[in-house]
Design a protein around this ligand. Structure first.
Ligand code: FS2
Ligand code: SF4
Length: 518
C-alpha cells in the first residue's frame, strides 16, 4: 500500500505498511483500484453524456476514498464493479488507469497530480451533500470527468498548475452549490447558543457533515423520548432554523473527531457517522457505531436507503435499549467551557456589516483572523488555541470546521456587541467566509489581500486541500498553514506556492501574530 493523503501520514512521508488511520493494506489497495476505475469511467465518458448513475458513482467513489470514510473492502469492491458496469455501457474499450502508476513518476509531477486528485476527493464530498438535497451544477459534474481523465494523462508541471487553479475555481462553485442547497433547505443560519449538557434518558450522537441524515433522524425520533446531540462537524446544524426547530435537538456532545475513542467509550448511547471522520472503533463501543452513505466499517451497522430516504429505526431502538444516563450530565469543551456558539454564517455577518465597517474605521477592530480547518491528534495543534488566546483584544476570530474545538469554548469577550469568536459553520462554509471577505473588500474599496484579514488554517484531510486550492485560485495570499506541510507537496511545489502565494508554514503563535500585525 501507499498513501500520503492526510496530515497524520506515517513519518510525515507516507503510510506503506498500515495506515496511521487504521486503514489496512487491502483497503488501501482497493481504494487505489477504485480511483483507477473512476479514471477509466471518465475515459469512457469522453465526448458522451454520462448519465445520473455514472455521476453518482463518480461523486460517491471519490468521497469513499477520503480519509476516515470507508474501511470496508467488500463495499469498495462492489463500488468498483458498479463503475465497471457503467464504463462498459459507455465504451467497452476504455481502460482503467494502472494502480502501479498512481503514486509513481517524477517527484514534482506526482506531487501536482496527487494534489489534484486529493482536492477532487474533497470536492466530491461537498458535491454529494448538495446532490442529496437535489442540487447539482453541470459545470462541477463535468469537471469531475475532466479532472479524472487528466489524472490518467501526461502533463507538464505548468499544465498541472493550471489544472489546479482551474479546479480551485470549480470547487468554489461546488461550495456555493452546497451553501445554496443547505440554506434553501434549512434556512439561513442564525447565531445560536449550544449547550454541552446531556439530559437524562435515551439519546443519539450524530457526527459528520450530512444535514439531511440529521433532519431525517430528527423527524423519526420526534415524540419518541430520544434526544439528539451533535458531535464534531455537525455542531453548526444548531444554527439552521429548520433543524433547530426540533426541541429534541438538545445540544452538542464531545469535541473534534480525534477525541472520539475517548469520548464514545462509556456513553450509554449509539453514534451515527454520516461522513468522515470515523476512527477505528474500540471494542468497548463498536456495537454502538452506526454508519450511513459512503461511511463504512466492517461489523458496524450500516443504514442504507434508496433515493437518500433512510429508515433509522435500528439506531433509534438501540438508543431506547441503552436508555441513556439516569441523570443530566454536564460536559465541557477542551478549555472547560460549558456552552458553544455557532451560526455566524455570511448572512448574519453581512447583516451587521455596517457595524463591523464602522468598528474598523474607528479603530475598535484592528484585524480579522480566520482561524479554521481540521483538527487532529498532533500536540502542535495547541498552536491554534494559543493563537486565539494571544490574539489582541481588538481583533476578531472567524472560524469554521472541526479545528474550532481547540478554542470555541473560550470566552474571549466581545467587540461592539459582537462576540470575538464567530463560528461560521462546517469546512464547506469556507464559502461563507469568502463571501464575507469579498463584501468587506468592496466596502473598503480594496482587494481581499489588502484587508486587515489573515487566514490561519489547520489541515488534516482532503477537504482542506480543495479549500486551499480555491483560496489560492482566488489569488488570496499570505495564508498561514499548519500544523505541518502536506507530504504530497514536493519541495519544488512548496517553493512555487511560497513564492507565488506567500504561503507560510506556521511557527509559534507569538512570532506569527507579530509578523501579521506589524
Ligand atoms: Fe474535521 Fe474531519 Fe470538515 Fe474535515 S470532521 S477533519 O472531515 O471535513 O473538518
Ligand atoms: Fe496514512 Fe492518512 Fe492515508 Fe490513513 S489516510 S493511510 S493515515 S496517509
Amino acid at each position: 500500500m501507499f498513501c500520503f493523503q492526510c496530515e497524520q501520514t506515517a513519518g510525515g512521508k507516507g503510510c506503506t505498511k498500515i495506515g496511521v488511520c487504521g486503514k489496512q493494506p487491502d483497503v488501501a489497495n482497493n481504494l487505489d483500484g477504485l480511483t483507477c476505475a473512476l479514471i477509466g469511467l471518465a475515459r469512457a465518458a469522453q465526448g458522451k453524456s454520462a448519465g445520473k448513475t455514472a455521476n453518482e458513482l463518480v461523486r460517491q467513489g471519490l468521497f469513499t476514498t477520503v480519509t476516515n470514510v470507508c474501511f470496508d473492502s467488500d463495499r469498495i469492491k462492489a463500488l468498483i464493479e458498479q463503475i465497471h458496469a457503467e464504463k462498459n455501457k459507455l465504451d467497452l474499450t476504455a481502460e482503467d488507469f494502472a494502480p502501479s502508476e498512481l503514486w509513481t513518476g517524477d517527484t514534482d509531477i506526482v506531487s501536482l497530480r496527487s494534489t489534484l486528485l486529493l482536492g477532487m476527493r474533497g470536492m466530491a464530498a461537498y458535491a454529494e451533500h448538495a446532490a442529496v438535497l437535489g442540487k447539482e451544477n453541470p459545470d462541477v459534474t463535468a469537471w469531475f470527468y475532466k479532472g479524472l481523465k487528466a489524472l490518467g494523462e501526461e502533463h507538464t508541471a505548468e499544465q498541472w498548475l493550471d489544472l489546479l487553479m482551474e479546479f480551485g475555481k470549480i470547487n468554489l462553485a461546488c461550495m456555493e452549490l452546497l451553501d445554496e442547497a443547505n440554506t434553501s433547505t434549512y434556512g439561513q443560519p442564525k447565531p445560536t447558543k449550544v449547550t454541552m449538557k446531556v439530559e437524562k434518558g435515551p439519546f443519539i450522537v450524530v457526527t459528520g457533515h450530512d444535514l439531511l441524515d440529521l433532519k431525517q433522524l430528527l423527524e423519526q425520533t420526534e415524540g419518541k423520548g430520544v434526544n439528539i446531540y451533535t458531535h464534531g462537524e455537525m455542531l453548526p446544524a444548531h444554527g439552521y432554523p429548520e433543524l433547530n426547530k426540533y426541541a429534541h435537538l438538545k445540544g452538542n456532545f464531545g469535541t473534534a473527531w480525534q477525541n472520539q475513542q475517548k469520548e464514545f467509550d462509556n456513553i450509554p448511547a449509539p453514534i451515527l457517522f454520516t461522513t468522515n471522520c470515523l476512527m477505528v472503533p474500540k471494542s468497548t463501543y463498536s456495537d454502538r457505531v452506526f454508519t450511513t452513505s459512503v461511511v463504512a466499517f466492517p461489523g458496524a451497522t450500516h443504514i442504507s436507503g434508496s433515493q437518500h430516504i433512510k429508515d433509522f429505526s435500528t439506531l433509534i431502538n438501540k438508543a431506547i435499549e441503552l436508555g441513556g444516563w439516569s441523570e443530566d450530565k454536564q460536559f465541557t469543551g477542551i478549555n472547560g467551557g460549558k456552552e458553544l456558539m455557532t451560526g455566524f454564517a455570511r448572512n448574519t455577518v453581512l447583516s451587521v456589516a455596517g457595524t463591523v465597517i464602522d468598528a474598523v474605521k474607528a479603530g475598535a477592530i484592528k484585524h480579522f483572523f480566520l482561524v479554521g480547518g481540521c483538527d487532529g491528534a498532533k500536540p502542535g495543534r495547541n498552536y491554534y488555541t494559543e493563537f486565539v488566546q494571544k490574539a489582541p483584544k481588538d481583533t476578531v476570530i472567524l472560524t469554521l470546521a472541526c479545528g474550532k474545538y481547540r478554542f470555541n469554548d473560550l470566552n474571549i469577550g466581545e467587540i461592539g456587541g459582537l462576540p470575538r469568536i464567530m463560528d461560521m459553520g462546517q469546512c464547506n462554509d469556507a464559502y461563507s467566509a469568502i463571501q464575507v471577505a469579498v463584501a468587506l473588500a468592496e466596502a473598503f474599496k480594496c482587494g481581499v489581500n489588502d484587508l486587515p484579514l489573515t487566514l490561519v488554517l489547520s489541515w488534516y484531510e482532503q477537504k482542506a486541500v480543495c479549500i486551499l486550492l480555491t483560496l489560492l485560485a482566488l489569488g488570496i495570499k499570505n495564508i498561514y498553514i499548519g500544523p505541518s506541510l502536506p507530504a504530497f507537496l514536493s519541495p519544488n511545489v512548496i517553493n512555487i506556492l511560497v513564492s507565488k502565494f506567500d504561503l507560510h508554514p506556521i511557527t509559534t503563535p507569538e512570532n506569527d501574530l507579530q509578523a501579521i500585525l506589524k
